[in-house]
Ligand binder design. Sequence first.
Ligand code: OX2
Length: 826
Amino acid sequence: MPKGPGNKSCHNVRTDCTAPGLRQAVLDNLYYVSGNTPVTASAQDWYDAVAYCVRDRMLKAWNEGIERITKALDLRAVAYLSAEFLIGPQLGSNVLALGIAEPLREALATLGQDLDAIVDGEHEPGLGNGGLGRLAACYMDSMATLGVPAIGYGIHYEFGMFTQTIRDGWQVEMADKWLRQGFPWEIVQHEFAVEVGLGGSTETFLDAGGRLRVRWNPEKRILAVPHDIPVIGYGGTFCNVLRLWSAEAVDAFDFGSFSSGDYGKAVEEKILSETISKVLYPNDEPYQGKVLRLGQQYFFVSASLRDMLRVQQMLGKPLDTFHTTFAIQLNDTHPAVAVAELMRLLVDGHGMEWERAWAVTTKCFSYTNHTLLPEALEKWPVELFGGLLPRHLEIIYEINRRFLEEVRAAYPGDEGLAARLSLIDEASPRSVRMAHLAVVGSHAVNGVAALHTELLKTHVMQDFAALTPQKFCNVTNGVTPRRFLALCNPRLAACITSRIGPAWINRFEEEIGKLEAFADDPGFQAQWRGIKRENKAALSALAEKHLGVALNPDAVFDVQVKRVHEYKRQHLNILRVIALYSAIKRDPGAEFSPLAVLFGGKAAPGYFMAKRVIKLIHNVAQVINGDPDVGGRLTVAYIPNFNVRVGQVVYPAADISQQISLAGKEASGTGNMKFGINGAVTMGTLDGANVEMRQCVGEENFFLFGLTAPEVVEVKRNGYDPRAYAATDPVLGQALDMIASGAFSAGDREIFRPIVDNLLYQDEYMVLADFASYMHCQALVMEACRDTARFTRMSILNVARLGKFSSDRSIRDYCRDIWNITPELG
Ligand code: OX2
């Protein structure tokens, strides 16, 4: 009897999970889908044939999943609204979820094909910037694994995150044409397409019952077409859907213009409409004037809400029970306009009374905040907003009028408070505060790590927290142990399973702690180190191939991979590297254990300073790697185009994970967790989720340095003077001097001046204040690394004690504290 999630009772070429059955299915797809035989098939043809074969085996769970949401009257599903879903490569994770890796590998081997090579060849959809988008994808994985009915709603960008190439040390961006070869995992559902309006004006009218109503007459309409991607849970029985909207013209072209010979004008509308889902916006860019971005946000939010209302009506449930059908999570403020849109749909569209509509709306929505950086809090100039969404602006004014009435009733006379809480920032230009809209329209607001939530409540959203303290809660982020351990680190996964069994894969929090019993077992320790070495050799091979840099697998791999941003302080890391280099130069004969410092990450295309930091790292690498005095003991490499796929090779190979943001700036971080569960020990500040990770692994298994968040505030209050640090710390002074004097730029003193001057005269992220503490910590790290047994124990305990950071735990928290949903599995 064939095993697997498909039809278990009969052999079927679309469901059979035995090696012969899979072999036949792949051959069939090759022949009938791609029009090929094994003789003519390209690598892409093989990939497609295997992908369709795997997708077939997901369809039973997929169809059951859709039926579940559209049939069950008493079911509450999560609608996860996110402008980004960074789902990563799909083939490997789907094979893992279905549990068919071995028969599939065997089947392909009989065809002369290697499953791993096919998996590695996948071009990933880069539909996100970084942590926020990847978190959404981890949550989709966990919801499917735990049996939480969910739909992820987002945008089907034609061009995702740019591809980063490096030329002469500079980042060069290239368009990401991820759809060029097609994407076998999606199914386009034309029958569920909806029209979305933009622009135009509003008018009032009396309805049949004599009530005053408002009608929005949009200037243009765009068709939103859903592309569905299955998200299957581990075990292969429960499947949710990721529904991504792409923009199309309502009419393919204007026949009037076409027949009068104006062909350009005939297709103009089509081109304009399609630009809405054309490209993902890189974050870290100022929001000014980004009409298109607001258009994108409204576009996917409106289509998604209308899709949910369709389900509600299909179920035959009355509209005022909408919140019992959907718990709608706003992933940051990007989809916050949903609050106004749902009000519009209920009040204008269905004639519901304002108060009833507001009760339904606030019971539906909850909002996750992901940032403390004031410049990242979205604000839209009122004029821009009203031009694109005139009716929504009116609704926001009305929400605000009623809200401020309550505020004034609770705090009479406190006009300052009312101004601070208002959904409208009255400073010029007047603008809509999207975070305020999200908070007022939601019944729950959460931060993404304990420290972050605390800082939200005491600083950024202090007034809201005082007004409605019950709304605020914390859900610390997590990452999926399927992709970020079982899939990306098969050697370590097998080793763990051999000791504690396989239950850790979907019960990470409960099971992984059992590994602690082996932390001091010399045999286990040796095996552990052997695996890390193999993973480092694999990464070295890639670095050699793509960068021509030789990394010594016996060196300590010290890694910082994440978006490049001043608050994340890649420049602090490179200053440390320069200081280590100077120490070697001063005394080339002194003992220095081999160290490989690796960087990776993209900078926003318009972020001058971040791009210059990338250039600095490259130049420093060139000097150090080529210096015979160093003799390969210290190597620096920049891994280009960091994305999910590259991460899956990097995390398993790291010994030390750099999590060095200035305390109080990183909301959570999730790379810290991905490194930790692969056995890297963190060198970090008390920022974001580092704080909780350190509590879990124990302070002796974490390398701590730097100011705390309250100390940061204190030092700034007393007048922070970075130059004083440079003047009194000779190591720091010399490192800065080397950059300034052109030691890494062939004598050019101008190229890095902006970095050095910024550090000396501004240093908003207090790199110089934390430098000495970082160097001291570095010495402790090197000492620990020399004690192999001690360091291996630290590494094992990092894995064993990080059970809390599974995204399954986060999703259980959301289910219990925010969504009021009971997971069906696990
Ligand atoms: C990121 C945060 O910067 C990061 O700290 C966090 O781990 C991640 O979101 C997931 O919660 N854009 N990206 C983020 O916030 C924003 C805004």
